[in-house]
Design a protein around this ligand. Sequence first.
Ligand SMILES: NC(=O)C1=CN([C@@H]2O[C@H](COP(=O)(O)OP(=O)(O)OC[C@H]3O[C@@H](n4cnc5c(N)ncnc54)[C@H](OP(=O)(O)O)[C@@H]3O)[C@@H](O)[C@H]2O)C=CC1
Ligand SMILES: O=C(CO)COP(=O)(O)O
Length: 362
Amino acid sequence: MKKEFLKFIKNYIKENKMSVITIIGAGMMGSALSFPASDNSHDIRIVGTPLDKDIIEQAKLTNYHITLKRYLPDGIKFYSDNEMEEAIKGSDLIIGGVSSFGVDWFLKEVLSKIPNSIPVLSVTKGMIDLGDGNMLTYPEYYRKYTNPYKSLNAIGGACTSYELADKDNTHVCFCGDDINVLRILKRMLETDYYHISISQDVRGVESAVALKNIYALAVTLAVGISEKKEGKGVIHYNSQAALFGQSVREMMKLIKILGGNEENIVFGAGDLYVTIFGGRTRKIGVLLGKGFNIDEALDTLKGVTLESVVIAGRAATAVKELIGKNKIDRKDFPLLLHVDDIITNKAMVDIPWDDFEIEREL
Ligand SMILES: NC(=O)C1=CN([C@@H]2O[C@H](COP(=O)(O)OP(=O)(O)OC[C@H]3O[C@@H](n4cnc5c(N)ncnc54)[C@H](OP(=O)(O)O)[C@@H]3O)[C@@H](O)[C@H]2O)C=CC1
Ligand SMILES: O=C(CO)COP(=O)(O)O
């Protein structure tokens, strides 16, 4: 164990003290974590990014979070980005609440200001494509450009922010290098509704929950296709189920190629389910399924956090690189490659149903 965290762990175990948890990035998910944090009686600070001014201003006045559309727990102290250093001082844990679009801001403007003795727990889902067929999870990306002694952990799993705020039962996985740090983070945040597995397989957990965004877009194409044919409100499940099954198959292959354990499909498939029904990604899948091209769909959804488009492009670039090097077979990824065609080449939706069929001889 790195010596920086011995202090953190000893203090925590000795005093079992209520901690100071500082959430940086006042979006919906980061802010929703204030509910399990508050139910564990921690002191909570929320720091807005330069883009979160409206959220912080309103929360300071009324405690109401304008995008989460919920009142936050009492007693939270709110800070704007220029007050970040003051908020970090005395913290026991920093939660990184930015989306994929804020990862470089978090790396440059936040991580360097966090002392090595304070662990970081990030909610951001996504991966970086290295151009050679390999990809990095965000904790690995942060690790590459930051002090090697920083404790970088992340949360994967199925969890919509507004349902966490409503204290609906939720099961997530905290991942990181050090199991003892993970055990403490779990103790700090678990409640009777926020259930936490822990895992040192950062690649496996983080790739599973990042990849699900691509496939949530893919499955919800079927929702748009049936709405286009029969009108809103008419729901068909066969085609969604076929796409869900193919998604799970491709995700498992990708998790393995990326070096994670395939058993993380439990977190990826759960997350896929919740995102299909309750995520923002559904909005773009449905529009594309209805016949919008990618530009029209993105234009219609301006201002909505849509990470699926980014991760689909990055994963497809990596997969095409590996196909080019004959390391993998393009026949294994028909759905990913179709989503990429829709996004990169502005193709219209034309699900390659026959390519999902297999023949397994024993
Ligand atoms: N691990 C988990 O359990 C879960 C994780 N997530 C993930 O959490 C992340 C945040 O999601 P969510 O809170 O719903 O999204 P929001 O859009 O509500 O919040 C995103 C946050 O990132 C900030 N941000 C966006 N772009 C930039 C930028 N260029 N520079 C600096 N900051 C930026 C936002 O500012 P602004 O509000 O002004 O845009 C905001 O603080 C996503 O990666 C999502 O996939 C989601 C659900 C569960
Ligand atoms: O990751 C999520 C739920 O676990 C939320 O997904 P969206 O970004 O599509 O809303």
